[in-house]
Design a protein around this ligand. Structure first.
Ligand code: PEP
Length: 250
C-alpha cells in the first residue's frame, strides 16, 4: 500500500518560538490519521520541533542535506546530523535549490543516495518550467530528471523514495495545476518507474503533488487516482490552512 502524505515545507520561515507555536497548534488540532503528516521546518528549528512532536503521529522532515557524513564543508548539514535529530524525510532537489543554489542532477543523485544510506526517506522533487510545458517538453524534462536522480539506485531502494511532482510555474504563484494535469504527469511517472525497474514499481511509489495547494483545491487534487498527497509550501505556514488541506484531502 502506498503511503498517503501531506507534508509542509516551511522554507526559510519561522524562528524557533514561531515554529513551536505553529507545530503545537497543528498537533493539538490534528484529527486525521489516514494521511501521514510531515512538518519540514528550517534546520534551526528541527531540534525544537522534533521535541514538540515526539510521541505524536507527526513526522519530522528536513529541507535539504549534504551528501558527505562529516568533514570540512562549512555551512553544510550531513545526513548523520539529520538522522540524529529524528528526521525521517528529506526534501531533495527542490526547484528553489536547483534555481538559486545551482543544484545539478548529479548533486541531487548524491544527496538521494546519502539520505537512503541513513535510512531516511527522500522526497525527490521534479517538475517542468512554464517554458518547457508550453513547448510540449514536460514529459522529456520529467524523464531526464528522474533518470539522472535515480541513476545507480538499486531496485530495493526505489520503494523507499517519495516523489513530488512540482511544476515550477505552480510553486508560490497561486497558479495550481489542474487535477487532470497533475494526474497525467503522476501517471506518466508511474509508467516511467515501471519501464526503469519493472515489477510494477510505479504502483508502489508514493507520488505527491506540489504547487499552490490550498484547502479549497486539496480535495480535487488528492482525489485523482495517482496523487497520493501533497507537498505544501505557503499554505503550511498557518495551522488553519495546513489543517484545512489535511482535512479536505480525499
Ligand atoms: C513548494 O515549495 O514545495 C511548494 C509547493 O510551494 P507552494 O505550495 O507555496 O506553491
Amino acid at each position: 500500500m502506498r503511503e498517503k502524505i501531506i507534508a509542509g515545507n516551511w522554507k526559510m520561515n519561522k524562528t524557533v518560538p514561531e515554529a513551536l507555536s505553529l507545530v503545537q497548534e497543528i498537533k493539538i488540532k490534528l484529527t486525521r490519521s489516514d494521511y501521514k503528516v510531515v512538518v519540514i521546518p528550517p534546520f534551526t528549528a528541527l531540534y525544537s520541533v522534533g521535541g514538540a512532536i515526539s510521541g505524536s503521529p507527526i513526522k519530522l522532515g528536513a529541507q535539504n542535506v549534504f551528501w558527505e557524513d562529516a568533514g570540512a564543508y562549512t555551512g553544510e548539514i550531513s545526513p548523520v546530523m539529520l538522522a540524529d535529530l529524528g528526521v525521517e524525510y528529506v526534501i531533495v532537489g527542490h526547484s528553489e535549490r536547483r534555481k538559486y543554489f545551482g543544484e545539478t542532477d548529479e548533486m541531487i543523485n548524491k544527496k538521494l543516495k546519502a539520505v537512503l544510506a541513513h535510512n531516511m526517506t527522500p522526497i525527490l522533487c521534479v517538475g517542468e518550467s512554464l517554458e518547457d510545458r508550453e513547448a510540449g517538453r514536460t514529459i522529456n524534462v520529467i524523464t531526464a530528471q528522474l533518470k539522472a536522480a535515480l541513476d545507480g539506485i538499486p531496485f530495493v531502494d526505489i520503494e523507499n523514495i517519495v516523489i513530488a511532482y512540482e511544476p515550477l510555474w505552480a510553486i508560490g504563484t497561486g497558479k495550481t495545476a489542474t487535477p487532470i494535469q497533475a494526474q497525467t504527469v503522476h501517471a506518466f511517472i508511474r509508467e516511467e518507474l515501471n519501464t526503469l525497474y519493472g515489477n510494477n514499481m510505479g504502483d508502489k511509489v508514493t507520488i505527491l503533488y506540489g504547487g499552490s495547494v490550498k484547502p479549497d483545491n486539496a480535495a480535487d487534487l488528492t482525489g485523482m487516482p495517482d496523487v497520493d498527497g501533497a507537498l505544501v509550501g505557503g499554505a503550511s505556514l498557518k495551522a488553519e490552512s495546513f489543517l484545512g488541506i489535511i482535512n479536505n484531502a480525499k
